[in-house]
Design a protein around this ligand. Sequence first.
Ligand code: MSP
Length: 716
Amino acid sequence: MMKTFYVTTPIYYANTVPHLGHLYSTIVADCMRRYKRQRGYETYFLTGTDEHGINIERAAERKGVTPREHVDFVSGEMKRMFSDFALDTEHGGFDIFMRTTEPFHYEGVSELWRRCARSQTPKGREAIYKGHYEGWFCAACAAYKTEDEYIRPEAEGDAPRCLVHETPLDRISEESYFFRLSDYDGALLALYETRPDFVRPEARLNEVKSFVRGGLQDLSISRLKTSVSWGIPVPDDPAHTMFVWFDALSNYITAIGFGNEERERVVGFEKFWPAVHIIGKDILRQHAIYWPAFLMAAGLEVPHHIIAHGMWLDPVGRKMSKTIGNTVELELLHKHFQTDAVRYFCLREMAFGQDSKVGYEAVIERSNSDLASGLGNLSSRTLTMIQRYCEGVVPAQNISDEKFLTAKRAGIEIDPLALVSTLEHARDQFTALMDDLAFSRALEAAWSIVARVDKMISDAKPWELAKNDEQRENLNAILYRAVESLRWLCVLLFPVMPESTREILRQLGLADDPAQIDPAKLTWGELKEGTRIGEIKPLFPRLDKKKIMADIEKEKGESEIAGTHVTEADAVQGSAITSETQPAPPQAGATEADAAAALKKEDEGAQFIDIGDFAKVDLRVGEILTAERVPKSDKLLRFTIDLGEAEPRQILAGIAEHYEPEKLIGRKVVVVANLKPRKLRGLESQGMVCAASVGDEGRPVLATFTEDVPNGARLK
Ligand code: MSP
């Protein structure tokens, strides 16, 4: 029987339109599945949306639409993004776009609940029991918060606020079903001990272990229907709605047939379970603790692995946030970059498991250095030389001893053994690293082939050899080696860049489908002499950084006003909080102008702001480290200011006519830290210094402190 491989992404909250975090998890899963398929596995790949819960119910209510209409809209956006980035079924991507509002999911999750309810914990007690819950709940996190997870209220009677979202928590005091998680600590710790690769990377496993060792509390797994109606009813007690994480995690098994015969026939729980779950480290606890405990209670196998990746941060290392305006917009990525360049960037740039910085400039730079000058250039120069010197036909690789020696004496490197052993070594390294999820290092190994072959060409100078008939054999041998290496690269790189590698193979004149070739079995010399190469087309054109950055600067945020993005949550990426002030999404038939008009109307109506609006302005104490005039500007000063972050910020201020820069060094000032960065005289200003505007001429007077305050302290 064929080996199977089942990979999943998290199912994404259907309350925020897609962002880079969603794209990344999905690219990783897509790449792994393509790789495993090449290695001979029968694969299944799931992604989708998580569509229930109070947060979604509230978002829909605010927009005046039903929860169903709301989730249909957001999941539609998600699918559109997946298709833009070739991650959908049509492009060989996911097999199912799972939605928790599917009727078969209701059936499956109810079956899971029933099984848990019938079972006993390892300590011989009922796994699910009815009790009473009293505590604070964050709708955006879909989680109850303990004292160390919230900000205490300033005034009596106010609710505490979520540490992540800074929004008020809901006080909940109601009857609830509980899952007896506290009885599973021993079983979970034994699981982590016996299967040290259950959670990867290791650092994440250690976090999980220490959390469990600290003691687990039972988990409230239902809400009264009168409090949360948008969810799946608890079996045999419809006055309760299931906790959204119980519902969401179960999708991984209901999608493939657990609790539904039809799905079992079409896909097969028996066949594909257990899965490999790709998640962001932000949702590790739910996947590595709750999920295996639910499965153990139901008597089902736990997942093969929980693989947690890091977070994308902005170029200066901050969390990406709509409020700060430092997100990477998918519309712009799609518009300005090839899909494969984005995939390559994501997998090459982030050392798997660690956080990584991202900005448009970095994507341009990687694309130019590694793709345009690297792989793309190797492909086009090799094929062009075959066209020019070999009449478009792959030449013979063999070389007589005599020619080999002459070449060697002339310093031309065509020792087949040396090249093949370099390639074989890189191939083995590549597959081992892919198996180990070290995508970035696997790509480095592949690029060692690019460098090696480039060097061989530059040293041998085929254009010189072509001038001398005596050197024909050497010329052929060099070009064969280059083009056969290119074929290897296409097979290795297919999971990362499916479209471009297929295109290179087409240009090479091969009809082979790289999706079906096992990279571990690549054998030297399988490319046949006499193969006629196809039409040569440029692959990765060089990107004009200046122009693209100028365009992006103009286009940034535009997509948010256009119809489809109006519902975008004012969210910290990855935490899916919905802003209270969001305007309604366009209804069916509404135009972009209607949507923009709705935004404008909201602005006009806003005479007062509430505390939530004020909380959006991130005012911080900063210390001026350096200050200087901006050349050719009378007004601007350029500062570097320490806001208590990893790196100081560059901030520009129009106060040069009123302050001597040197005198400001060491001054503590008030900085708007989450102002969208903008360029002034070609310099990016990453925030704003606050000043009073005095007199008719508006003389600026810098706001400062008379007491000592630490850098980065927040003004509230
Ligand atoms: N609905 C839950 C998951 C349920 S799975 C049974 C959820 N959804 S989410 O929309 O918030 O998406 C979470 C996932 O998006 C994270 O786990 C992570 O994979 C990804 N990311 C969100 N922001 C991210 C970054 N800034 N960087 C990288 N990935 C991050 O949680």
